[in-house]
Design a protein around this ligand. Structure first.
Ligand code: HEM
Length: 583
């Protein structure tokens, strides 16, 4: 019966074929006349008809039998193919389900449900959906990771090393480092890592003093500027920005600027504007159609103009340097690139997969500025916020500095290992403020699995560093600012595996050694020379910040009251002028 049912729908063609076959079989017998010849003999019509009818019946019976067999066969094949494909689908890339996650609305996905503190909203979603969850942002699938072990597992795997692509990121055309993927990223990262180490960015060993000298030049200038405040209330955001930018300028191209240098001010203005415009245009990464909205399009054009103008400034510096370049002396990253260009020409090697050399160099410089300036400044600002709110911690750090460093010199990098409480305080600042709360987005290059889930190719993967640092399962009373949590029973600094301010894996922060050295030298030097105080008529700084590319404290004022520094010696700002080229 079942087969018959199927015949009703599939068998029409078969029946038509059967009719044609019958006709062809009957034709040689010429049934049209009253009689006929078989094998040259005339035979009677009645007996012919009888034998033909029998033949027809047999034929029909055979056909029906055949029909049933063929149909059964077809059905089996179809069922087999379906089972095969289903099994392949299930056991193959989709052996695991997609991560769970909240529903969104059509087209926009989860975007309308987020407020300004996305990192907090993301952490709350993890409580409901677990440590690997998914949500849609416009046309993109976001996979949020909140468990440090899972983040480590993912980011050591090659398929998680890419950066997401979108209309906004495509603006970089695969140039630079931070927003590149594949071969360009791997080669640039290796090149920069080696050259940064050669320029002293390492935790131990000879050569470290090169990095220390660069940083200390800026520390001393900063201390001078703070001293001119004479204990009055001051905002220090710009001074810290100037200091951390100058460290980067010195490292990249041996240039430093006074805070009021008009070119420097313009450069920083473009830098800030670029960040803001980038955030405004970011919506196009999820809703590409927004690019055609006049206001977004206008911001896009401004972003390109601002990028081109700051790029032109860096280009001028490169041009000047080319004229004086000496291959036997490489004092900064710019020299290292020019040397590589020089060598590649001599050896007939193609650099950066044939990309425009100057454009690549400009973009690498811009990437390093963006990555290294804002983060360090913001972290130092948070350190001031927390110490103003926790004067006991400040005094404990100062006591340790006085005991270990003494009052006759400034702290140096080699002191770091002997200052556990100071080091623990810096760790706690990095944990509690988590200046890059959402990490930097990665993207998958192929379908893969993670934590028992399928992560499809092209998903944007967010390592939620904030959740790793603020999870009450991992940290006791995570809201509390408590440096002692980073000290073990023997009084040594311990850094638990969930402490990942610089990210993890092959794409972790390239400048983490420099950043930690800067934080240490700026922080200890300020506390060695000044007491921090809340001005009488000013409120305590808020612990709430603003989330942009980094999580920044709200503007606040504080006073720097000089401690007894007579034996530390005079700081001579003029002697730290580096060459001023281009800008
Ligand atoms: C307190 C200061 C800093 C913090 C908290 C910080 C944090 C981070 C984080 C979380 C990432 C993303 C890692 C990932 O994609 O998984 C990152 C990437 C990066 N950082 Fe930092 N960073 C700091 C300072 C610096 C400095 C001073 C430099 C410059 C020398 C720098 C250069 C970079 C670069 C180039 C990348 C991109 C690496 C890549 O894509 O391969 N960072 N940083």
């Amino acid at each position: 019966m079942g087969i018959k049912g199927k015949n009703d729908c599939v068998g029409d063609g078969w029946r038509a074929g059967q009719a044609v076959g019958l006709r062809l079989w009957l034709h040689p017998l010429d049934l049209a006349g009253p009689g006929g010849y078989i094998g040259g003999r005339r035979v009677k019509l009645g007996s012919v008809i009888k034998s033909k009818m029998l033949g027809v019946y047999i034929f029909r019976w055979l056909c029906e039998l055949l029909e049933v067999v063929v149909l059964q066969y077809v059905c089996h094949v179809l069922v087999f193919i379906t089972v095969l494909l289903g099994t392949r689908y299930y056991l193959g890339s989709h052996a695991h389900p997609l991560p769970p996650g909240p529903w969104g609305v059509p087209v926009l996905g989860y975007l309308p449900f987020l407020n300004k503190d996305i990192h907090i909203a993301f952490m709350n979603l993890a409580r409901k959906f677990g440590s690997v969850y998914r949500l849609s942002f416009g046309n993109k699938m976001l996979v949020v990771l909140t468990d440090p072990k899972i983040i480590r597992d993912a980011f050591k795997r090659e398929e998680f090393h890419a950066r997401p692509s979108s209309a906004l990121y495509d603006m970089f055309d695969g140039y630079g480092l931070v927003n590149t993927s594949g071969v360009t990223w791997r080669d640039q990262r290796r090149f920069l890592h080696e050259r940064l180490r050669a320029l002293g960015m390492k935790t131990t060993g000879p050569g470290r003093e090169q990095m220390e000298v660069r940083i200390m030049s800026e520390v001393e200038c900063l201390l001078q500027c703070l001293a001119t405040g004479k204990g009055k209330a001051m905002e220090v955001g710009e001074l810290l920005c100037n200091a951390s930018t100058n460290v980067m300028c010195s490292l990249l191209m041996s240039v430093r600027f006074r805070p009021n240098n008009p070119n420097f001010l313009r450069f920083m203005e473009l830098h800030d504007e670029g960040f803001k415009l980038f955030l405004k245009c970011d919506i196009t990464s999820y809703l590409p159609v927004c690019k055609y909205f006049p206001s977004v399009n206008e911001n896009f054009q401004k972003l390109i103009q601002s990028r081109d103008e700051s790029g032109e400034m860096i280009r001028n510096i490169i041009k000047e340097r080319r004229e004086t370049f000496d291959p036997s002396h490489t004092g900064d990253i710019l020299d290292c690139y020019l040397l590589e260009e020089h060598r590649a020409k001599e050896e007939g090697r193609v650099l950066f997969e044939g990309k425009d050399f100057d454009r690549q160099l400009v973009q690498v410089m811009a990437d390093m500025f963006s990555a290294g300036e804002e983060t360090v400044k913001t972290c130092l600002l948070w350190a001031l916020v927390y110490l103003l709110r926790h004067p006991k911690v400040m005094h404990k750090v100062q006591d340790e500095l006085d005991a270990v460093v003494g009052r006759s010199r400034m702290p140096i990098l080699d002191d770091q290992q002997h200052l556990p409480y100071t080091e623990a305080t810096l760790c706690e600042v990095l944990r509690r403020s988590t200046v890059v709360p959402l990490g930097t987005s990665h993207a998958t290059t192929r379908d893969t699995t993670l934590g028992g889930y399928t992560i499809p190719k092209g998903a944007t993967v967010i390592p939620l560093i904030y959740a790793c640092h603020m999870d009450s399962q991992l940290w006791e009373d995570p809201e509390r600012f408590e440096p002692a949590r980073f000290i073990d029973a023997e009084g040594r600094v311990k850094k638990p595996e969930q402490f990942i301010p610089f990210g993890v894996g092959r794409r972790m922060c390239l400048g983490n050694v420099l950043a930690r050295s800067e934080l240490f030298l700026f922080f200890t030097s300020i506390l060695h020379v000044f007491n921090l105080a809340k001005p009488e008529d000013e409120p305590l700084p808020s612990m709430e910040g603003n989330l942009a590319t980094t999580y920044t404290p709200k503007p606040f004022k504080l006073s720097f009251i000089p401690r007894e520094v007579s034996k530390i010696g005079n700081i001579d700002m003029q002697s730290h002028e580096l060459r001023t080229a281009g800008l």
